[in-house]
Design a binder for this molecule. Structure first.
Ligand SMILES: Nc1ncnc2c1ncn2[C@@H]1O[C@H](COP(=O)(O)OP(=O)(O)OP(=O)(O)O)[C@@H](O)[C@H]1O
Ligand SMILES: [Mg+2]
Length: 570
C-alpha cells in the first residue's frame, strides 16, 4: 500500500514528537528519582547520626534496643562489631542474629570503617526489598551502626510520576497528530491538484510527481528527437530539390533559401536568415512577385526573366503561408523553364524555316513551269535551260526533304545503328573520291593525314561516312580558291579524335555556338552563293552523339575553321 505524501510527512513529524516525549519522560523520571534518593540519603544520614548517639553501651541490651528503636524510626537498624560480626538487627530475633553471616564485606560497612561513613543501595536478600543503607562507626571502636530504609517508596513515586507523564504525553501526542494532519493536508492539496490536472490518480503525491515528471521528460525528449529528425529530412529534401524555394516571413525577412535558389540568384552568402528579401535579391523581378503575394495575400503565378548571373526564364508560383498567430509569409517555388522556352522557339523557327526553304524553290519552279506553258516550251533553246533550273531546284527540294526526314528520324530514335569495328581511312578514301570533282571545281586541295597505325573505331559505317562527308563538304564549300582541307586523326585516351581543318572564310565568334542549330546558315549574303539548307551540321552533331562522342568547332574568321569530333575505340 502506498502512503500519501501527507501521511508520510505526518508520520515522520509524529515520530519526532514521540521521541522527544520519550526522552523528556526518561530524563525527568531519572532526575526525579535522583532527587528523591538524594533526600532519602540526607534524612538517612541525619537519622543515623541521631541513632548512633543512643546506642547503649551494654552489649546484652543491644538487640532489644535495636528492635525498639527500629520500630520508632521505621527503618532497619543493624549493629556490627569491628570484625564484621552482627551484634544486633532490628528485623531479626536474637537467634537469627547469631546465624547471620559476617558483614565485614558489605560496602557501606567497609567504607564506614575506613572513611568514617558508608552508603550503599542494593537488594536485600534478607528483606527481599531494595534498601538504601547508611553506616557510621561507633565511638571507642565498638563497631559500626547501620541504618537502612526501603527504596520502594521512591520507586512507587517515580512510577506514579511516569504514569502521569504518559497520560499528558499521550494527550499531547493526539493534539500533535491532529495539527500535523491538518497542516500536511494544506501543503499537499496544491500538489494533488497539479497531479490530477496531469491526469494522475494520486496515492503518493511526491512519488507520482517524480514519476510523471520523468515520463513527461521522456516524452518531450522523444518529441524533440522526432522534430529534429523531421527537420533534417525536410532540409535534405529541400536542398536536393532542383526547384528553387524561397520563404519569407510576414515582415519580408528571409526564412529560407535553398541551394538551388542561391545558385539561381548567384548568392554566395552562407546564412541569409532574417535578412530582408528586398536587400538580398536586390533588383530581381522576383521581388515584385513576393511583394504582391505578401500584400494581396493570394497566390501569384508569373513568368519572370532573370538577367544575372545568367539569362533564365523562371515560372514563379508564390503562395501566402500562415505561420500561425495570424502572421502570413510567402512561400515561392521557382521553376526554371529556360530550356522549355528554347525548345518551343526552336520548334516554331523550324516550322517557319521549313516552310521558307520549301517555298523558295517551289515558287521558282512554279514560275519556270508557267513560263514554259505560256509558250516558252516551243523555244527549245530556252526551254532546256529552264528545265535544267527546275531539275536543280527539285534536286535541292528532295535533298532538303531527305535531310529533314533524316534529322527527325535520328531525333526520335528511329534510326538503327549497326556498330562495327571500322578503319577510318577506308571510309575517308571513298569520300575523297566522291568529293574530288567538287574540290577541283573550287580549286581546293584535300589532304588525308591518317597513319596506318591508327586504332579502329566502333561506329556505323554509313553514318560515319555521312559525318565526314558533311564536314568535308562544308570545308570545301566555305573555302577560298587555292585553299586546303586536312583530315587528320589521333588517339586520345580511349577515343579517337578526328579533325577536319580548312583554310576557308571562318566563322565569326558570335556565330560559333549556333552552327549546329538547324537551318543556321551563317552570313545571309554569303549563303546565297553557296547551296545548302543549314541542316548538315545539325545532323552531324546528332550522329556523333549517337556514337557517344562529342563535337567541337574552333574558327578564326578569314583564316579557317576546325571541326573535331571523337569516336569510341573498338
Ligand atoms: N568549314 C566551315 N567554314 C565556314 N563556315 C562554315 C563551315 N562549316 C559550316 N559553316 C557555317 O555553318 C553553317 C551551317 O552549316 P551546315 O553544314 O549546317 O549547313 P550548310 O552547309 O549551309 O547546308 P547543308 O549542309 O545542309 O547543305 C553554314 O551555312 C556556314 O555558314
Ligand atoms: Mg553543310
Amino acid at each position: 500500500m502506498k502512503l500519501s505524501f501527507a501521511k508520510k510527512l505526518t508520520a515522520s513529524y509524529l515520530f519526532v514528537v514521540a521521541v522527544t516525549l520519550l526522552f523528556t519522560g526518561v530524563f525527568l523520571s531519572h532526575r526525579l528519582k535522583r532527587s528523591f534518593l538524594f533526600h532519602l540519603e540526607e534524612s538517612l544520614s541525619a537519622q543515623t547520626k541521631l541513632i548512633a548517639e543512643n546506642v547503649p553501651a551494654d552489649p546484652k541490651s543491644l538487640q532489644g534496643w535495636a528492635i525498639a528503636e527500629g520500630q520508632k524510626v521505621g527503618g532497619r537498624i543493624t549493629v556490627i562489631d569491628p570484625s564484621g560480626v552482627v551484634l544486633a538487627d532490628s528485623e531479626r530475633t536474637a537467634e537469627e542474629v547469631h546465624r547471620m553471616d559476617n558483614h565485614s564485606t558489605r560496602p557501606e560497612v567497609q567504607e564506614a570503617l575506613v572513611q568514617g561513613s558508608g552508603e550503599s543501595m542494593r537488594h536485600s536478600a534478607t528483606l527481599n526489598e531494595d534498601m538504601l543503607y547508611f553506616a557510621l562507626p561507633l565511638n571507642l571502636k565498638r563497631g559500626v551502626i547501620r541504618f537502612a530504609l526501603p527504596v520502594t517508596e521512591v520507586h512507587q513515586r517515580v512510577t506514579a510520576f511516569q504514569k502521569d507523564l504518559l497520560k499528558v504525553g499521550a494527550a499531547a501526542f493526539l493534539v500533535a497528530i491532529g495539527v500535523a494532519w491538518m497542516t500536511m493536508r494544506k501543503i499537499s492539496e496544491p500538489l494533488r491538484d497539479l497531479l490530477s490536472s496531469m491526469g494522475m490518480e494520486t496515492q503518493d503525491e511526491l512519488g507520482d510527481l517524480a514519476r510523471t515528471y520523468s515520463t513527461m521528460a521522456a516524452r518531450i525528449e522523444e518529441k524533440v528527437r522526432d522534430l529534429s529528425r523531421e527537420r533534417t529530412q525536410l532540409g535534405a529534401i529541400l536542398s536536393t530539390l532542383i526547384e528553387s524555394i524561397v520563404a519569407i516571413d510576414h515582415q519580408g525577412k528571409l526564412l529560407f533559401l535553398n541551394p538551388a535558389a542561391k545558385k539561381l540568384f548567384g548568392i554566395q552568402t552562407e546564412d541569409l536568415r532574417g535578412r530582408p528579401y528586398l536587400e538580398v535579391l536586390r533588383h530581381s523581378p522576383l521581388n515584385e512577385v513576393l511583394s504582391e503575394t505578401l500584400s494581396q495575400r493570394h497566390t501569384v503565378q508569373k513568368e519572370i526573366t532573370l538577367h544575372a548571373p545568367e539569362e533564365r526564364v523562371i515560372s514563379v508560383h508564390a503562395l501566402p503561408v500562415d505561420y500561425g498567430q495570424g502572421q502570413t509569409g510567402v512561400l515561392a517555388a521557382l521553376h526554371d523553364i529556360t530550356e522549355l522556352r528554347k525548345l518551343e522557339t526552336i520548334r516554331r523557327d523550324f516550322a517557319a524555316n521549313v516552310s521558307h526553304e520549301l517555298k523558295t524553290p517551289l515558287t521558282s519552279i512554279k514560275g519556270y513551269v508557267e513560263t514554259l506553258l505560256d509558250g516558252a516550251v516551243e523555244d527549245t533553246e530556252h526551254s532546256r535551260s529552264f528545265l535544267t533550273t527546275i531539275q536543280e531546284h527539285t534536286n535541292n527540294l528532295s535533298r532538303l526533304i531527305d535531310d529533314i526526314l533524316d534529322l527527325s528520324a535520328i531525333e526520335s530514335d528511329r534510326v538503327v545503328f549497326r556498330f562495327e569495328s571500322i578503319i577510318v581511312k577506308e571510309v575517308a578514301d571513298k569520300i575523297m573520291k566522291a568529293l574530288e570533282p567538287m574540290a577541283k571545281a573550287k580549286k581546293v586541295s584535300i589532304k588525308l593525314n591518317l597513319p596506318e597505325s591508327l586504332p579502329k573505331v566502333l561506329a556505323d559505317r554509313e553514318k560515319l561516312a555521312q559525318i565526314i562527308m558533311n564536314l568535308i563538304d562544308n570545308a570545301i564549300k566555305f573555302n577560298k580558291a587555292g585553299g586546303r582541307v586536312t583530315l587528320s586523326a589521333s588517339p586520345q585516351e580511349n577515343m579517337l579524335l578526328i579533325k577536319v581543318e580548312d583554310t576557308g572564310r571562318g566563322i565569326p565568334a558570335e556565330d560559333l555556338p549556333r552552327v549546329f542549330e538547324r537551318f543556321y546558315r551563317g552570313d545571309k549574303s554569303h549563303s546565297r552563293e553557296v547551296p545548302g539548307t543549314g541542316l548538315g551540321l545539325a545532323i552531324v552533331k546528332h550522329l556523333v552523339e549517337a556514337h557517344q562522342g562529342t563535337i567541337e568547332v574552333r574558327s578564326v574568321p578569314e583564316q579557317g575553321s576546325s571541326f573535331q569530333f571523337t569516336l569510341r575505340l573498338s
